[in-house]
Ligand binder design. Structure first.
Ligand SMILES: *[C@@H]1O[C@H](CO)[C@@H](O)[C@H](O)[C@H]1NC(C)=O
Ligand SMILES: *[C@@H]1O[C@H](CO)[C@@H](O)[C@H](O)[C@H]1NC(C)=O
Ligand SMILES: *[C@@H]1O[C@H](CO)[C@@H](O)[C@H](O)[C@H]1NC(C)=O
Ligand SMILES: *[C@@H]1O[C@H](CO)[C@@H](O)[C@H](O)[C@H]1NC(C)=O
Ligand SMILES: *[C@@H]1O[C@H](CO)[C@@H](O)[C@H](O)[C@H]1NC(C)=O
Ligand SMILES: *[C@@H]1O[C@H](CO)[C@@H](O)[C@H](O)[C@H]1NC(C)=O
Ligand SMILES: *[C@@H]1O[C@H](CO)[C@@H](O)[C@H](O)[C@H]1NC(C)=O
Length: 284
């Protein structure tokens, strides 16, 4: 009897730790050693984990991000699936989140004179009650723009942050970031402060290096950026992370419609117009 009680008392926290507490030490340490603190945020004390999962559109292989992993442009050319890894006590299926991806190394880590480059900003995300999969039903303020670091650059850091969404976000967010807002010279810290996002509750990051292919002998041609189907304009009601994520994921090249991308991704596609202009000027 006593043994049972003691065992239960010892096992309980251990079980919780194993099954439901995300490993936040790794990502917190990685944020510091990669100088994301203080380059992007002044401090980082996450409550939750966020997993990033890309699908390589050519190989159809899934790539799970561990903090600081080095990926290729091809692997990261499609919007990723995002999973919030919460502790049991703070999971709340009706809570809403703002998700952002920024590059503090644009155009190069040595001279990031247009950083941050805004790669994604969207609100109204909810986490699936059992899966934790982040999805939303509203258009992003800035649709996903795939990493395109310029030839010769060292790998860039791509930092994803999740914030609790204040009630005022849908009113105030678009006044600061919308389709006309440049993606260059963005500051997530300033944005967060301006609309009271508070500190990030979760984060993760990956690196992407350029394709140093000798094939790009004609430097005027951007190195096949981005290698994904260009979506038409981001109409309202993007069906993000619809519950049928796999069917089109294996053959995006045979069905290059924005619908196909939307059906498999947690983040809606970016606009062709913005990519066309920005990719010529900067490769980020
Ligand atoms: C945490 O970091 C250690 C050492 O770098 C690594 O062995 C381990 O797999 C990491 N755990 C996770 C969940 O990423
Ligand atoms: C999140 O990612 C970590 C590291 O890759 C993995 O160990 C863990 O199982 C993932 N959790 C979920 C809920 O996907
Ligand atoms: C869950 O989130 C909703 C929306 O933010 C909030 O109104 C509610 O109080 C939260 N519930 C708990 C138990 O925290
Ligand atoms: C910004 O950085 C790029 C790449 O290092 C460099 O080519 C460019 O001259 C810089 N521009 C300014 C205004 O410093
Ligand atoms: C491309 O070259 C840069 C600079 O030499 C290097 O830092 C980077 O790792 C290279 N990328 C790849 C994918 O080899
Ligand atoms: C769009 O964002 C810009 C800042 O980039 C802001 O000046 C403008 O007022 C916003 N437009 C709307 C309709 O809120
Ligand atoms: C970005 O900011 C730099 C100064 O940090 C400025 O020189 C440059 O003109 C800005 N670029 C844009 C596109 O706003």
């Amino acid at each position: 009897m006593l043994f049972t009680l003691v065992s239960a008392a010892l096992l309980l926290p251990w079980c919780f730790g194993q099954t439901s507490t995300p490993d936040l030490n790794n990502v917190t340490t990685a944020f510091s050693s990669a100088h994301i603190v203080p380059d992007v945020v002044q401090s980082f004390n996450p409550m939750d984990g966020v997993n990033i999962s890309f699908t390589d559109p050519v190989s159809a292989q899934t790539v799970d991000v561990v903090p600081g992993i080095l990926l290729t442009m091809q692997q990261t050319s499609m919007p990723p699936d995002l999973t919030l890894v919460t502790t049991t006590s703070d999971s709340n299926s009706s809570a809403m989140f703002v998700v952002v991806i920024v590059d503090p190394d644009a155009p190069t880590p040595q001279n990031p004179n247009v950083s941050e480059f805004l790669h994604f900003l969207g609100g109204d995300f909810t986490a699936g009650s059992t899966s934790g999969l982040l999805s939303n039903n509203s258009p992003a303020l800035a649709e996903f723009f795939p990493p395109t670091p310029p030839v010769g650059s060292d790998p860039h850091r791509y930092v994803l942050l999740v914030f609790d969404q204040p009630d005022s976000f849908d009113v105030n967010g678009p006044t600061l970031v919308n389709a006309t807002t440049p993606r260059t010279n963005f500051s997530i810290s300033d944005f967060a402060q301006a609309i009271n996002l508070g500190d990030a509750i979760a984060g993760n990051f990956f690196l992407v290096g350029p394709m140093n292919a000798s094939a790009s002998a004609t430097p005027s041609a951007p190195p096949s950026t981005p290698s994904i189907p260009l979506a038409s304009s981001p109409t309202s009601g993007d069906t993000l992370a619809s519950p049928t994520p796999t069917s089109s994921a294996t053959s995006p090249n045979t069905s290059p419609s924005s619908k196909a991308m939307k059906a498999r991704s947690a983040i809606s596609p970016f606009t062709a117009a913005i990519v066309g202009v920005a990719a010529l000027v900067f490769q980020l």
